[in-house]
Design a protein around this ligand. Structure first.
Ligand SMILES: N[C@@H](CCC(=O)N[C@@H](CS)C(=O)NCC(=O)O)C(=O)O
Length: 201
């Protein structure tokens, strides 16, 4: 398998999952500005949407959309517990989290990256994001991970998008449970290995 990624982006989530699962894969860096891969190809010929992450399977299929990729990977090793069985209620709960992260936190953060937006507009989106953080703070107050006591693909994704706070120049101190959660995930060997690999390519 090949994971097309760009450093400091949402592709860190499937990257962490690949390492948590101990799967063999090749990392291929994409320049998100030029849309060129590190081996000189036009990334849009691989993913016409033009964004990471994209997973190339050994049979040549390309899978995109972070929440779909991480569930596909977790299902390759169900014994890992990174996602509950596909026909279970617990899996629906996991999907509820993945959808919340993708639409409310990931997409909800996007306007904050846009320096051309007027400050009032950015403030509007920042406050909205903070309300989602308030919700997460409550949800994580008595839990180690989003779905309970074991790490899941949703934690890889939430950790990834929480990492962007430093780009927006705000700290998570206002949400102590969320901050402790982020530190907990950061300490995982697979997470450290993924961060190191992305920093050194
Ligand atoms: N819906 C996609 C969004 C992916 C996405 O937002 N990728 C960003 C990085 S976090 C990207 O590559 N943006 C570059 C672009 O859109 O040109 C997913 O959830 O995987």
């Amino acid at each position: 398998m090949k994971l097309y990624y760009a450093p400091n982006t949402c592709s860190l989530s499937p990257h962490i999952v690949l390492r948590e699962l101990g799967l063999e894969f090749e990392l291929i860096k994409v320049d998100n500005r030029s849309k060129l891969t590190a081996d000189g190809r036009d990334f849009r010929t691989i993913n016409p949407k033009g964004y990471v992450a994209a997973l190339e399977l050994d049979n040549g299929q390309i899978l995109t959309e972070g929440p779909a990729i991480v569930q596909y990977l977790a299902d390759m090793k169900p014994e890992s517990g990174l996602a509950p069985r596909a026909d279970s209620w617990a899996r629906v709960r996991l999907q509820e989290w993945l959808n919340f992260i993708t639409s409310e936190i990931h997409a909800g953060s996007a306007p904050l990256f846009n320096a051309t937006l007027p400050e009032e507009v950015r403030a509007f989106f920042r406050e909205k994001l903070f309300r989602r953080f308030d919700f997460l703070e409550d949800a994580l107050n008595d839990k180690t991970y989003l779905t309970g006591s074991s790490f899941s693909v949703a934690d890889a994704y939430l950790f990834t998008v929480l990492g962007w706070c430093e780009f927006f120049s705000f700290e998570l101190n206002r949400w102590p449970a969320l901050l402790a959660y982020k530190r907990r995930i950061n300490a995982r060997p697979a997470v450290q290995a993924a961060l190191l690999a992305e920093a050194s390519q």
